[in-house]
Design a protein. Structure first.
Lengths: 206, 206, 206, 206
């Protein structure tokens, strides 16, 4: 329960920052959101592992550092928190969002999300679950700014979300079409699983 | 006395950076102010705890890591430092500030400050007072950049202050109306107290 | 093989971020690319050393911390990954790039790359291979943000690449002329070798 | 000699980044320069202490952590490196700089530099010379980003240099009038000395 509350808080503020920054159209959105991701990992990592992202939860499970019984409750909590964040942003705080139009660029969008999520999960597993980097003080910085860098790169392609819960939160807030969510989720899950298997090939089970 | 001097210095430079950046209308204000907050925590944390924010002092007290006798003097010092910083910015250095007009958006502003302060205090308590994260080298980075991320998110709603002393400093510098300070302070105190209780529920007294 | 896979992944995402950001013409390109460089070093450093840059591989070899048998395979892998990244950016994802016109500014461009690479390699060797800084948690941050700072400085001169593989990736993506690559590579190799010898003079072999 | 070479390299790249960024008029100058300052401290701190700034050298001497015999050679080296950097920027690489016009704002400029240098030196002494913070991995980050934050704040007042060598380098590069250097140096030395005495009052000799 304490783990789920922590996942709720982290995911909520991550998606709240994302949706509010996108609504204000600030050029610094990737930096702001990556910073919130970073600080929530530093704050909540010691409690819940600091996933805040269903793709990360799946990858950490594949890597063997998240028990199978935690997976559904983590993912449900992350989607719930993201939905609430999208709702708070749109109905209460600002209520202005222009959805990204993907149109005929479905393959580009899916591959962009796949690549960005691969990078993110590769970094997560190496800085937060590898034996060689244990005890470091940079795990949150590395993960948060990987999101930032990837999101700057994929910004004009897919928006750069790398997180199924963020895709839901954005849709609730009117920043993505609900009908496009599958593009994000499929790309992200493939990217996350691929990164987990690459990590296991390189680092071994332990 | 040495603690109070440290709180004065940290809060003074925090609010000075805030008011001067707002006066120059740089788009990087949240980054600059969060950076100053971060470095003052790294510099002064080992002396006074590095609060620089009445909402943080109240939350650290509720969490049981600030003696009741320190609370009034810390808060008074923080408000004094913020007032002096606002005065130095406006009367001596630049003297140009346009106040944020909140108008009918009082609930949005209050909830925005509540949420941002909740995130900030949740991060402060977890990275600087929790047993599991003791001895880390990231506490200042996490706290400073939580302010940055939250301030980018709430920028177009309330300005994103998350600090009663900053609300006072801004008012002195003509960047907020004095008549709006209560909106900030109420939202911030509620957010800080809520975060302290959530922290205690999750982590326990120790 | 695991080292080379790690070098491939890191270099691929580094050059992918570079080329995509340049194509989108974001003013934050140096920050985004430096951030990706940083996080890939934090993620892959414990496996391959986290070079992702032929100039770094040569310098680490000169400093005596990379076996001679690793040098050709590392460099080949880095160029391959950069070429693939340039191809993915240009043919699949965006396909819009305006090449930098160096024209008569060949000496400026070469010296700019020489200086930026000197700074980068000086930082790499000191934070990642020196005895006095062993066990630190900042090596990735220092190296990534050295790239960022140098690239902001040299942006209007050479684009600020400091990495022969990035020069190749940019050329594949249509962001540099193939006929200009030699200017980059010569400047970068001289800068890297000079930094390695200065490091050895200052720090000694160990 | 090895210390002086390190001070030369660090100061050279610090001032080169400053002058080139100012010439390109990028809005991110304070971030780029603070980043270069940070990484040179992480790289050179273990050799020379990583001052790269005469005001810092004076303050570290006053605090008792720099031998009197090092002071003149350090300061001379820093000014020399800054002059060379200004020359390289202006005559070789770009040759375009518009000097800041201080006009009648001499007191504002001097106080702005005094305050910014006070903050910088207060941070330097606390994160790099205090017993309580020994062994941390954030000293370079704290010092570099203190410069960044202060420079964003003082940007429209004095340019935000907080470093006598930078004032010289800027003047050589045509970004400050030589006749204004005294304003910078006086403000900076007073700020540095004041911060050293405040540090000694708060922390004691050790």
């Amino acid at each position: 329960m304490k783990k789920l509350l922590t996942e709720f808080i982290g995911t909520f503020f991550l998606v709240l920052t994302l949706t509010l920054c996108l609504m204000s159209k600030t050029a610094m959105t990737p930096l702001a959101v990556g910073a919130m991701y970073m600080v929530m990992i530093f704050a909540g990592g010691h409690i819940s592992g600091g996933h805040f992202n269903p793709a990360v939860t799946i990858a950490v499970f594949l890597r063997g550092k998240c028990s199978v019984s935690d997976v559904p409750s983590y993912i449900l909590t992350q989607f719930l928190a993201a939905g609430v964040a999208g709702l708070v942003s749109s109905t209460f705080l600002m209520n202005v969002g222009t959805p990204i139009e993907i149109g005929s660029k479905v393959p580009q969008c899916m591959v962009g999300e796949l690549l960005g999520t691969f990078a993110l999960v590769f970094v997560v597993l190496n800085v937060a679950t590898a034996k060689d980097t244990m005890g470091n003080s940079f795990y949150g910085l590395a993960i948060g700014l990987c999101w930032t860098a990837g999101s700057f790169a994929m910004n004009s392609i897919s928006g750069g979300l790398f997180n199924p819960a963020a895709a839901l939160g954005n849709s609730v807030a009117g920043l993505n079409h609900f009908s496009d969510i599958w593009i994000y989720i499929i790309g992200q899950i493939i990217g996350a699983a691929a990164a987990a298997y690459v990590f296991l090939y390189i680092n071994g089970k332990d």
